[in-house]
Design a binder for this molecule. Structure first.
Ligand SMILES: [Zn+2]
Length: 309
């Protein structure tokens, strides 16, 4: 048993499951956009989606150590290649697929991450629930470095990022509450902060002091560069999604010093990666094995212009 900062993990050994790689492109990756108009749904007659499905984790490369002897798959997608190979293994009795958001060698800065390919690739290998650990700046002095927040809202301040799979047709997903309530509950462990607004900026630069003060004045809690469009793309794919935000610094608006420096952010993230991984393990163990949230039924009755993978 491993004692983590946010609770105990009693998952035992990390076991590997063989996952068949490849297969026909169409069956594994879905049809290309615009190919077919169909009615589809994942869930069965009871309204529930059986979770013989994988849990995805999109995070920093430190999460590779989830698995002792990982198996990797490298799916292509209609949107290009994901940020890196998907590593698959077992955690707490659930099959887990990890994708490094910024690439294996952190080669993709926030504004260059191919979020569409990442989410599409994860769904194509069977992922239906995603935990998304991420680094954030704090807009509140009470949320100091090392704090983990499970946000309940986001504000999009990005620009120029493809943020939908539906470039044709009239598909408009419901997004009032951007995070899956069931996965949020699973991630809310002792020591984590429940709720808060995460504003997502374009980057790669950090915010000016005035921008940061403006964000804080709105009552928002956190600032980040990757939380959008990740969350909405998951919603469009009927995939449950919850962010797990690790505070690495106080943002410029509330830090009286010289502002945020990337080297400090990375150092703080590295200091906390162990406990953060422990928390994600606990969240995986606590994730529901049947989906009865609305995430699985986003497109019920909607004629989609593309086939989801
Ligand atoms: Zn859900």
């Amino acid at each position: 048993m491993h004692e983590g900062r946010w609770g105990a993990f009693v998952g035992g050994e990390l076991l590997l499951h063989a996952v068949t790689e490849g297969g026909a492109g169409e069956s594994l990756y879905g049809n290309f956009p615009g190919a077919t108009a169909i009615l589809r749904s994942d869930h069965n007659a009871t309204g529930r989606s059986a979770v013989d499905e994988l849990i995805g984790v999109i995070g920093g490369s430190g999460f590779y150590e989830f698995f002792d002897d990982p198996r990797t798959v490298t799916p292509d997608t209609p949107y290009g290649a994901p940020s890196g190979p998907i590593t698959i293994g077992e955690v707490a009795g659930r099959e887990v697929a990890f994708l490094p958001r910024h690439g294996v060698h952190h080669e993709y800065p926030p504004h260059k991450v191919n979020h569409r390919a990442n989410l599409w690739a994860l769904r194509s290998v069977g992922v239906r629930q995603v935990f998304a650990p991420c680094a954030v700046g704090s807009l509140r002095p009470t949320l100091g470095p090392g704090t983990v927040v499970i946000p309940d809202q986001l504000v999009d301040r990005t620009s120029g990022r493809p943020q939908t799979f539906f470039d044709t047709g009239g598909v408009h997903v419901e997004f009032a509450d951007p995070y899956c309530p069931a996965l949020r509950r699973a991630a809310l462990q002792p020591g984590t902060e429940d709720g808060g607004v995460m504003v997502v900026v374009e980057g790669p630069r950090f915010s000016t002091r005035a921008e940061s003060q403006w964000f804080a004045a709105q009552g928002w809690s956190l600032v980040n560069m990757t939380g959008h469009p990740e969350a909405v793309l998951a919603r469009e794919l009927e995939v449950c999604y919850a962010a797990i935000a690790l505070v690495t610094d106080l943002d410029a608006g509330i830090d009286a010093g010289s502002g945020v420096r990337a080297v400090d952010v990375f150092a703080e993230f590295a200091r906390n990666i162990g406990p953060l991984k422990d928390l994600v393990r606990v969240a995986i163990a606590a994730a529901p094995t049947e989906r009865d949230c609305a995430c699985a039924q986003v497109h019920d009755g909607v004629q989609l212009p593309i086939t989801l993978p």
